[in-house]
Ligand binder design. Structure first.
Ligand code: ZN
Length: 262
């Protein structure tokens, strides 16, 4: 299986490991795998935009995936809960999974309202702050008002930088600005610490990961789950991407791989 799943080892000494990677010997008493799902769009328009097809999930496929999570007893958690559990050396309760949405498209509000909340699920929304206005304005992007409503319903907002820049290509000054200004803006609008960063396009290297740490993020996520990249350190946590037409069997295979690793 090419799509590995992020795992968190709940000890004080070792935080993350990767499914299939060598285990680090610890005195751990609690290990739990936490798959991190990544979505962008839920819609029927994938074939009309082949360049977007990897980032669009059919509504019926998305519903089937969410139903599968519920039927198999998964509980959605936030990055905040994941990090709290990690710092305390305890496993999140039940069968945890993180559902994440990137870019802050306005259509994601309806997905949360119509598909997630009725199923008792919640998600993390990674937004880039330059696209977010104070109130809904028809731009196609979510507003701070809508994001506050999402958080009031149990969801979570985290950072996807200021301008969705290719962080591996920008000058050091812009790298810091993308990291720090987006974090400050979200914290000012949402009134809580911003702990997690999603790299735009998943692009990251050692310099980018170091900048994320310096900017105050406690973890960062990629846009893939390629196990050849190496162990999923806190600042390069893999995510599982489901694309247009991916089968429920593939989804189930990826999720069940997590359970088998317990
Ligand atoms: Zn993005």
């Amino acid at each position: 299986m090419s799509r590995a799943i992020a795992a968190i080892t709940c000890t004080c000494a070792v935080v993350l490991t990767l499914l299939g990677a060598p285990r680090v010997a610890t005195h751990s008493t609690a290990t739990v795998m936490v798959p991190i799902l990544m979505y962008h769009h839920v819609g029927n328009w994938g074939p009309a935009r082949p360049d977007w097809a990897p980032w669009v999930v059919l509504p019926e496929d998305f519903r089937a995936q969410m139903d599968w999570l519920v039927q198999h007893g998964y509980r959605t958690i936030s990055f905040r809960e994941l990090l709290e559990c990690s710092s305390r050396g305890v496993a999140p309760e039940g069968k945890p999974v993180i559902i994440s949405f990137d870019d802050g498209w306005a259509s994601q509000c309806a997905v949360a309202r119509d598909e997630l909340m009725p199923r008792g699920l919640r998600a993390t929304f990674f937004v880039y702050t330059a696209a977010v206005g104070p109130v809904p304005n028809g731009s196609g992007y979510v507003s701070w008002q809508e994001l506050r409503e999402l958080e009031a319903a149990g969801n979570e907002v985290q950072s996807h930088t200021v301008s969705h820049a290719r962080l591996t290509d920008v000058l050091p000054e812009q790298l810091q600005r993308e990291m720090q200004e987006s974090r400050r803006k979200i914290e000012a609008e949402m009134h809580h610490p911003v702990q997690a960063l999603a790299y735009p396009f998943g692009l990251h290297d050692g310099t980018v990961m170091q900048a994320a740490r310096i900017a105050g993020y406690q973890c960062a996520v990629r846009a893939d789950a390629d196990s050849s990249i190496g162990e999923p350190l806190l600042y390069r946590m893999p995510r599982l991407r489901m694309g247009y037409g991916d089968s429920l069997a593939l989804f189930a295979e990826c999720m069940e791989a997590s359970a088998r690793s317990h």
